[in-house]
Every structure is written in C-alpha cells, then in structure tokens.
Design a protein around this ligand. Structure first.
Ligand SMILES: NC(=O)c1ccc[n+]([C@@H]2O[C@H](COP(=O)([O-])OP(=O)(O)OC[C@H]3O[C@@H](n4cnc5c(N)ncnc54)[C@H](O)[C@@H]3O)[C@@H](O)[C@H]2O)c1
Length: 446
C-alpha cells in the first residue's frame, strides 16, 4: 500500500496534498480524540472485575489481557462452569482472581476495584451497571444497554448521578475505519446528499446453545437467578424476558451506525417481521424496518434487516447519496466507495486502489496511508494503521480505560446508547403494531 501511494500524483498535486485529500488518507487528519491515544504508558494499574464470563465476557477478558496497566482482581458469574473457565484463563496469564457468584458480594468485598466490565444477558445490565456505578466503579457494559427503556434510563441516570464513566459496548464507535467513513461522508461530502441508508445482519440458521454434560446448575439456583431451565439460561437471546431479540442484539450495532453517521435520530419506523421459523423462541427471527430520519430539512430513509435463517451477504451498512455510496462493515474486507457516473471525479481517485465488486469498480476504504513528502508513512499514519489492525473490542476497551486515566471522551457514553436503544426497541413495537410508529418528540431524552 505504501509503495503504491508513494507514486507521484497527477493533476499537479503534491504527494502530501494528495494523501491528505484521499479517501485513503483523509480520515487520519481529522479523526477526533477518539483514537488520539495509546502513546503514553499507563501511569497506574487499573484493577478490574468481570461480571458475566460467557462467550463475550471471555472475549473482552482476552482483549484486556493485551492492554497494558489493566489487571483483573475478580470474576463473577452465576455458573460455576464459566467461573472456573475464566479464572483458569486468567491464572495462565498470571492474574489469579477471586471468584464470585453474587455481584453484590463482589462489590462489597472488592473495595479497591477501579472498573467493572459487564457481559451478562441484557436483562440484568441495568441492575448490575447501576449498582456498580453507585458503588463508585466505572463500568463498561455490553450492548444492548437493556431490553427495556426503563432499564436503559436507569443506567443513564446512575452514570449522571455518580459522575462515574459508563461505556456501552457499541464498539464500532471506537473503530478508526468508521471514524474515517464519518469524515469522508460528513466533512468531505464525497457521497453528496445522502438520501438512503441500508444495513443488514443476516445469520445462518441458529443452533441451540447447549452446555457440557454434568455442568448443569440445579433448578433452585437457576430459579434464584430468574431462569426456568438450562435451556432458557443458555438461549436467553430468544426470550422476551431476557433480551430485545435480534433487532436489539444485532440491529442495535448497525442502527447505532445510522444514527451516528447521519448525526440524527429517527422520527418514525415502519417494520415487518415475525416469529416464523423457530418453534422454541419468543422473539421475531426476522425483522425488516424502514426508518425516517430528518436530516437538514429533508428525509433520509434507512432500511434495516436482520434475518436469522440465512447468512446471505453477512453484515454491513451502506450509505447512499446522489454522488456516490459507501459500504462499510466491522468486517474489514467490506469497505468500498462508489462514485456515481455523473458525479465529479475527485483528484485523488486515479491513485486510490480500485477493486471490482458487485459488477462495479469501487475504491477501497483504507486507513493509515497518509505519507510524508519523502514518501514514507507519517508517524500518525503508522499509528492509525496499527490501531485499525487491533481487534475491535480491544479498541473500545482502550477508549474506556483511557477515559478513566486521562479524562478523554468515551466513544459510547450512555446517552448515545440510550438513543440507540430507543431506536431499536420501537422497531420491535412497530412489528407488533404492523404499522408505522412515530418517535415522540422527547423520546431520545433522559
Ligand atoms: N459487542 C459485541 O460485539 C457483543 C458480542 C456478543 C455479545 N455481546 C453482549 O454480551 C452480553 C453477553 O452475551 P454472551 O453471548 O456472552 O452470552 P452468554 O450466555 O455466553 O454469557 C452470559 C454469561 O453471563 C452469566 N450470567 C447470567 N446471569 C448472570 C448474573 N445475574 N450474574 C452474573 N453472571 C450471570 C452466564 O452464566 C454466562 O456466563 C450480552 O449483553 C450480549 O448482547 C456483545
């Protein structure tokens, strides 16, 4: 990549000017404080705990192990199997931890925790996050913030009242590729006027989540924690008591991107969907929603679909304007810019890397390619490139820990995630109502 862009440019631009204006390089110059970080060594070690050591909890745990100056003191999970599993991983990395089944006991005994990471099923996020904040801890809580708005509101209020940090796990908000997309769309306006956005998350037929034989929790323990059976406990996503369904689980990441990139809140949602394929689940297994966003006095329509019976096309978002469109995804293989034939050609296009996709020529969306006049990568470009290669959850955790240490902004504070929760939960209601629903004027405020 460096070699390619080290070539001279046409149209009389200097190489520096070219790289500063290209899709490849432009985002680097303006990407905000979001990723202005990591150069400083950690001053003090942060003591942290994890609540919920299931699949995502262990992913976050693994990412934390790569971050300097962060050390686990405790793990809490109601399932002994997951307690052991995660404590064993931490022991291998020389981070022996105390293990708890009750998060309140953990908060009472672990008095010197700086922060808690919460990766439990959505329905307990509000109670646990609010309790941790009120116990004086900073909190990183997974999305969906909560499976109802009352819970989400209590989380925002707890963060405000305690002054502690609450980062919600919409990790695209800390991803430099998305930061660059925003810069290109909002500042450089390379797509012209955006008229439509599209997003999808299609997943193959789901398999029931099971558990190792002999590791079942007994009925009394399950009941104490709100579960009728191991089946409901392991497959909580499919039950209304525990989850907001696929629209909240997957849709929240991408509708959050709609809100973020458009810098707007939807004014209405029309949705269809159903509980058509799986017999033992309560949530819609497919939802197709049309949002209307007021943007600069015009309407932008956003179509979002989540399907759980086919993986066709996977997951990505597309922003479509009268001069071009952009495909972006957390999957770094999906980042393309298309120019409409009639739109003016940008001076940097000849130099940018092209690929053939969907029968059209596209420019690849890249970060970390800004070159100095001597043709070498600038230190900032090098840093951005390295950032963009980190696992996405690591970047979001780093943003959280940096905010604790240095007071830099969180990339997904609770007010932002609350707007996302409002946006996706009303789509579920629109499916039930079988009609378009308006967001009340004060819907996005807490
Ligand atoms: N940001 C992302 O990309 C991403 C990806 C996957 C999951 N998630 C989120 O992470 C969270 C966990 O999802 P998962 O897939 O890991 O689920 P999971 O079922 O694998 O893990 C949940 C864990 O929480 C534990 N648990 C349940 N109730 C508890 C309680 N009251 N106290 C303590 N522990 C309890 C369970 O024993 C289990 O170990 C969800 O909110 C999910 O939406 C986020």
């Amino acid at each position: 990549m460096t070699t390619r862009n080290a070539n001279t440019t046409d149209g009389g631009l200097t190489r520096r000017a070219f790289m500063q204006s290209t899709a490849a390089g432009a985002g680097l110059l303006l990407a905000p404080a979001l990723w202005a970080q990591e150069s400083q060594p950690a001053a003090t070690e942060l003591r942290i705990a994890l609540i919920g050591a299931g699949s995502q909890g262990r992913n976050l745990l693994t990412q934390c192990l790569k971050i300097a100056g962060v050390r686990f003191a405790a793990v809490c999970d109601i399932w002994p199997y997951h307690q052991r599993y995660s404590a064993n991983i931490l022991k291998k990395y020389d981070q022996p931890v105390k293990v708890y089944a009750d998060y309140q006991e953990m908060l009472a005994k672990e008095t010197d925790l700086d922060a808690v990471i919460i990766a439990t099923p959505d329905w307990v996020h509000a109670e646990q996050a609010a309790a941790c904040l009120r116990a004086g801890r900073h909190v990183y809580c997974e999305k969906e913030m909560a499976n109802n708005l009352d819970g989400a509101r209590r989380m925002v209020q707890a963060a405000r009242e305690t002054g502690k940090l609450l980062q919600i796990g919409h990790q695209r908000r800390s991803n430099p590729r998305y930061g660059q997309a925003i810069k290109l769309i909002r500042k450089d306006k390379i797509l012209g006027r955006i008229t439509h956005v599209y997003g999808q998350w299609n997943r193959a037929e789901r398999l029931e989540v099971g558990w190792p034989k002999g590791e079942e929790m007994d009925a009394a323990t399950l009941k104490r924690h709100g579960y009728d059976s191991m089946e409901r406990f392991c497959n909580w996503r499919w039950y209304r008591q525990y989850s907001g369904g696929p629209m909240a689980d997957l849709g929240s990441h991408q509708v959050d991107v709609f809100n973020w990139i458009l810098d707007a809140r939807p004014q209405s949602v029309l949705a269809g969907g159903g509980h058509d394929y799986y017999e033992n689940s309560e949530w819609y297994d497919n939802v197709m929603a049309v949002y209307e966003y007021p943007v600069e006095g015009k309407i932008v329509r956003g179509f979002y679909q989540v399907l759980s019976t086919t993986s066709h096309g996977g997951f990505y978002e597309t922003f479509m304007g009268d001069q071009g469109s952009m495909v972006i995804s957390e999957d770094p293989r999906k980042g393309f810019i298309f120019r409409e034939v009639a739109a003016p050609k940008r001076e940097w296009e000849d130099e940018a890397k092209k690929v053939e996709t969907m029968g059209k020529e596209a420019i690849e969306l890249k970060v970390g390619e800004t070159l100095a006049p001597d043709g070498t990568k600038t230190p900032e470009a090098q840093r951005m490139l390295e950032e963009s290669q980190k696992p996405v959850h690591q970047l979001h955790l780093e943003n959280f820990f940096r905010a604790i240490r240095e007071g830099t902004p969180l990339s997904c504070p609770p007010e932002v995630a609350y707007e996302t929760a409002v946006s996706v939960l009303l789509a579920n209601e629109a499916v039930a109502a079988r009609r378009q629903l308006e967001f009340p004027a004060d819907a996005f405020q807490v």
